[in-house]
Design a protein around this ligand. Sequence first.
Ligand code: GDP
Length: 416
Amino acid sequence: TVGDARDETEHIVVGTAGHVDHGKSTLVGTLVTGSADDGDGGTRAYLDVQPHEIERGLSADLSYGVYGFEDGEPVRMNNPLSKREKSDLVGSADRLVSFVDTVGHEPWLRTTIRGIVGQKLDYGLVAVAADDGPTRVTREHLGVLLATDLPTMVAITKIDAVTDERAEEVEKEVAQLLRNVGKVPYSVANNGIDAAVERLPEGVVVPVLRTSAVTLEGFDTVDEMLSRLPKTHDGAGDCFEMYVDRTYNVTGVGTVASGTVKNGTVEAGDTVYLGPTPDGSFREVEVRSIEMHYHRVDRAEPGNIVGIALKNVDDEDVERGMLLASEPRESVREFRAEVMVLNHPTRIRSGYEPVVHLETASEAAVFEPQNGNVLPGETDDVRVRFKFRPYAVEEGQRFVFREGRSKGVGTVKEIL
Ligand code: GDP
């Protein structure tokens, strides 16, 4: 089936985060299927089965869950891993909501952190279990999501497992945590959905929701919010851009580059530019076909998570971090950035060598702070040079960097 009715489909991409076992994947699994029941008296630990079952189809599952809305009513799947159900969903929904894991299960935000800046995220969703309450990992995940200016919500999960008093207490702790980083907490349970939907996209208010995958309390509210929230990335601009997240070789199709369309649109048959290569060049390639959640589409739009099959391109010619764009780009080895150190144990000095996660690239870089060093909690001007190869970098792009236990965020100010 080749879809063209999909033109009006709005595609919201939500990045999830939270301490391991705080109910993040159960939350997503419940939204996607309508039930967390595993048929065995327990809740379905949804994400845990997923990595083994991801099939290397044309549109790789960057997202680990997707559901939709048709005329405001949720459309869910019985089996979230069924290609046919996914394809039907994409064909029928007028709004799709994809969930992308941003920080994975790794306590120290290893390379999966690239998800936050590499994906075209509209919103963040941080799970905090009502029994444990916010932890150091919760603080860190919230800190990174908010520092990258992503409008973010907090779901207090496992509400069924605690008393009302405990739920209130955790909500207060979360509220305090948000105030500490300059955000305004908004209790959806106490104050309703309307103002949350209106003010969340600005990123000032952080809605705090309560959910239980056991009693399904709070899920109507989450559905309603997700059915009403606007895209925060409209992908304005005609120039097509997609940073390559994964590459595949699919029998009968050839080399496939998957990722999230950042800007513009692309159609099967289009000529686009791929690069930069390690030596800094872009080359012309032709789009053979496009697939989204196992559904062949004629064109892809901003926010769509797609697999793009490329004609006459070998596997080794495409790598994560490269850009597919309607025009060739400057290949950048060095730039000036404003960086903020989140929690470096000491100061950052000249010659500091973190890994920089920019769009989908994860690359070793050397930092030269303009003022000699940067203290934790401070913002400073830094010259950043990729150690081994260039990437397509633009002013205004945000990135995350980490080295050992230290990490921080930055904004590209000037290409050098
Ligand atoms: P993740 O690591 O954050 O993705 O957490 P999971 O979704 O895998 O959930 C961790 C554990 O908490 C699992 O055993 C779930 O069954 C359980 N759990 C998740 N959500 C709820 C909930 O709303 N209520 C209760 N009682 N348990 C839950």
